[in-house]
Design a protein around this ligand. Structure first.
Ligand code: GLU
Length: 461
């Protein structure tokens, strides 16, 4: 057994999470699941202006829907005193230094560096300020922001998705850890929390690779050991653009409301952009087994929303009655194995079962949406023969074949001319489940009534 992994998923509650964030959450969840470890849900909510409790609640509900059960939920907004103490310690040690440049001044510096062909790295001018210069800025009303003094050299790690990685800290600006208003940017709280909560592996998107080099240096400065890291590729849209929090059609909350299966969303979120084919996996333990971090590709993970529909339908088509029974009971007040097994092959979303439940329970209208009759004059002979030749009970798997064989012998109709009138008369639709199964679901009594209605509609009753 591997060491139990302590992982965390750390969204900012500033919007709904999308399927790409679900990918991050699930990869973390699998590590916890497979090693008997723990999954921490950590809300990175130090940005009080943009963070919303409603988003935190929606994210928790989304994870629950995906089958992820956090062992612990934490909020950074509740830990500010801890961050203050750490920041104070870094200040005392000269590792967190006050800077007074305005955004405009910083932009001008960067423009000058670029013009000279230099990388736009912060020049540490603030480190050279005298007490008097600092006092003068303060007297002007300027409040300092605080930068972490990065050490020399490079930091490297063996990435669990990407193999050996290296970040040269000389090419990175000393990161601002504390804003002028005293609020924290993401870096310091994240590192402090990862240490305090004993996180063993950080799995997140590859957009954080440079941050990781910086964070390793901060872990060291705090006297801690950096966790392991795995940076997975990011889901992109078909045009190669990354998903953003504003990709509402792909928000997990939205997909949930639209009635997608959680395992369809999870299968796509996890398998796209890996060495595995994108296929539906019905259970979480299986999906976890298919998605080791080492299977993640190096290139982007192109996401096709049409795949979600395909996976969803495929999951439903194979979904055993036992997996659907509770939902059927809650939705229709009736869980019926034969109903489920007859209609599941025709569902794109499970909610589509409502249409077939209605067609099963209630005689269908024999007119189309515009009110035109769906049965035609030439269907009359088949319908009349069907009524006359309806087999006696008991019915079984061979009944439909025997019945239609008898109708064919009587009328000479075959193929579509034989089957379509029956389908239309019994279901009010031109497409749907296998009729051999559907007639067993309907039973003899309902069929007698429906054929009688069809005869009346055709004027042969
Ligand atoms: N709140 C950060 C984000 O959403 C967390 C990144 C991380 O996992 O460290 O990007």
């Amino acid at each position: 057994m591997e060491m139990p992994e302590i992982v965390r998923f750390a969204p900012s509650p500033t919007g709904e999470i999308h399927i790409g964030n679900a990918r991050t959450a699930l990869y973390n969840w699998f590590l916890a699941l497979q090693t008997g470890g723990r999954f921490i849900l950590r809300f990175d909510d130090t940005d009080v202006e943009r963070s919303r409790e409603a988003y935190a609640e929606a994210i928790a509900a989304d994870l629950d829907w995906l089958g992820i059960v956090p062992a612990r939920v934490e909020r950074q907004s509740a830990r500010l005193a801890r961050y203050d103490a750490i920041a104070e310690d870094l200040r005392t040690r000269g590792l967190l230094y006050a800077c007074y440049e305005t955004p405009d001044e910083l932009e001008r510096k960067r423009a000058r560096q670029r013009a000279r062909g230099l990388p736009p790295v912060y020049d540490r001018a603030a480190l050279a300020l005298t007490e008097a210069e600092r006092a003068a800025f303060e007297a002007e009303g300027r409040r300092p922001h605080w930068r972490f003094k990065l050490p020399e050299g490079a930091r490297s790690w063996d990435d669990r998705c990407r193999g050996p990685q290296i970040v040269n800290l000389g090419t990175v600006s000393d990161p601002v850890l504390v804003r002028a208003d005293g609020s924290y940017l993401y870096t310091l709280p994240s590192v402090v929390d990862d240490l305090d909560f004993g996180v063993t592996t950080v799995v997140r998107g590859e957009d954080h690779i440079t941050n990781t080099g910086v964070q390793i240096a901060l872990f060291e400065a705090l006297g801690g050991e950096a966790p392991a890291f795995g940076h997975h590729n990011l889901l992109t849209r078909q045009d190669g653009e990354p998903l953003s929090k504003r990709d509402n059609p792909l928000s997990v909350t939205r997909l949930r409301a639209e009635g997608y299966e959680p395992m369809a969303v999870a299968s796509l979120a996890v398998l796209v952009g890996t060495s595995h084919p994108v296929e539906p996996v019905a259970d979480m333990a299986n999906l976890a087994g298919k998605a080791p971090l080492s299977a993640v590709s190096k290139g982007p993970a192109m996401f096709d929303p049409a795949d979600l529909k395909r996976l969803n339908a495929a999951l439903l088509h194979d979904m055993p009655y036992e997996a659907a029974a509770d939902w059927l009971d809650a939705r229709f007040g009736l869980a019926d194995r034969m109903f489920w097994e007859t209609v599941r092959g025709n569902l794109a979303l499970r909610g589509d079962a409502a249409e077939w439940f209605d067609i099963w329970q209630n005689a269908p209208r024999l007119t189309d949406a515009s009110g035109a009759p769906i049965l035609a004059r030439e269907d009359a002979a088949v319908i009349a023969a069907a009524d006359a030749l309806l087999p006696p009970d008991p019915w079984g798997e061979e009944t439909f074949k025997a019945w239609t064989g008898a109708i064919r012998a009587e009328t000479g109709a075959k193929g579509k001319a034989l089957f379509m009138p029956l389908r239309k008369a019994l279901t009010g639709r031109e497409q749907g489940p296998e009729m051999a199964a559907f007639i067993l679901l309907l039973g003899r009594e309902r069929i007698i009534h429906r054929l009688a209605s069809a005869k009346v509609a055709l004027g042969v009753g």
